[in-house]
Design a protein around this ligand. Structure first.
Ligand code: ATP
Ligand code: MG
Length: 332
């Protein structure tokens, strides 16, 4: 089976629905046909300030959400990034063949560093995409299922891999991003032209997987729409309504057209009520399962340890190959 790699940051105590719709749903179907590695990328989360106790807890919570959303930890390798030392080790080597200008062009860095200010912006945030390249390349990954916001980072990974291969001889598989066009970008409900994010400054427009149904419903009812009033998909002129229709369509497994038809001539209030039912209906069972899994943290930790061993077996072999190619003297 071809190898697949992807991950999410434990940067909040819950995932948001963009993570679920843009990535997890695709992971779930691809894990059937691929040898899949799903990481909780805690080293990436450190690139912006985290509370240590919360980071630890959010790492377990993220693992529980993967499993509750349908990732099978016996078929796929679900592990914590920092448990496999090879990630940080390969990242260092890749840092040394990545151009400063090349890394400076990453739009996620520009966006996130603009929010942090110059003193709040760490070298780690700058090097984030190179650590991500290491994640992917360690597993001889063929497919990387991600949201649209990660396309540029996968492109960079391909460039770095190709450069390494041409300089030091064939070492890495060149991976490809798998981005599902319709669901590649879910927008903030209060700001429907920017991406929904775990680390958004305001949580008013972010739907969390683990929110109570009443909280979710309230956020949906308050979603920004427009003055036009028609339930019609039009990304350009009606970004708010189009975003609601996308979420509805994916979670209810219905075409956008059939939803437009159902709500034709009715107000946005009705659409939002219907959507709130669909969203809370989807995440209710996931939320209960997460709470169940978190009730037994020792079992979760045991599972993560087993999976980390499996991941390390693959990663260490690739790391040794890369170290050898660049001329690091093996320790005998
Ligand atoms: P942070 O704000 O901390 O960066 P995030 O919500 O962007 O958090 P990540 O952990 O960075 O989440 O990304 C996890 C995965 O979810 C990636 O594959 C990313 O492309 C995808 N993703 C994140 N936000 C969205 C979104 N709004 N729509 C679709 N996919 C998304
Ligand atoms: Mg992100």
């Amino acid at each position: 089976k071809p190898r697949l790699y992807s991950g999410m940051q434990p940067s909040a105590d819950s995932l948001q629905i963009g993570n679920y719709i843009g990535a997890l749903l695709n992971w779930k179907s691809l894990q059937e046909t691929h040898e899949a590695y799903f990481s909780i990328v805690d080293l990436h989360a450190l690139t912006v300030a985290q509370d240590p106790a919360k980071l630890r807890e959010n790492t377990r919570r993220t693992a529980a959400q993967y499993i509750a959303s349908g990732i099978d930890p016996s078929a796929s390798t679900l592990y914590v990034q920092s448990h496999v030392a090879a990630h940080a080790q390969l990242a260092w080597v890749l840092n040394t063949i990545t151009g400063f200008g090349e890394a400076s062009r990453m739009t996620q860095f520009k966006d996130k560093s603009a929010k942090q200010g110059s003193d709040g912006t760490t070298v780690g945030l700058f090097a984030y995409p190179i650590l991500m390249a290491a994640d992917i390349l360690l597993y001889d990954t063929v497919v990387v299922p991600v949201g649209e916001d990660q396309r540029q980072h996968v492109e960079l990974t391909r460039d770095i891999a190709a450069r390494f291969n041409s300089r030091f001889g064939d070492t890495f598989v060149i991976p490809e991003a798998d981005i599902v066009k319709e669901t590649a970008k879910i927008y903030d409900l209060q700001n429907p032209t920017s991406k929904m994010s775990k680390s958004a400054e305001s949580h008013a427009g972010v739907i969390w997987l683990l929110d109570a149904p009443a909280v979710t419903a309230k956020k949906i009812m308050r979603a920004v729409t427009d003055a036009d009033g028609g339930v019609v998909f039009d990304r350009e002129n009606k970004p708010g309504v189009s975003n609601l229709l996308t979420i509805y369509s994916v979670l209810a497994e219905r075409s956008v057209q059939s939803i437009e038809d159902e709500y034709a001539g009715r107000g946005y209030g009705d659409l939002k009520k219907g959507l709130a039912e669909v969203v809370t209906g989807t995440f209710g069972p996931i939320r209960s399962r997460v709470l169940e899994l978190l009730d037994d943290p020792a079992e979760l930790d045991r599972l993560l340890a087993l999976n980390a061993d499996r991941a390390a077996g693959v990663a260490n072999a690739t790391l040794a190959r890369a170290f050898d190619r660049v001329g690091l003297l093996p320790r005998r």
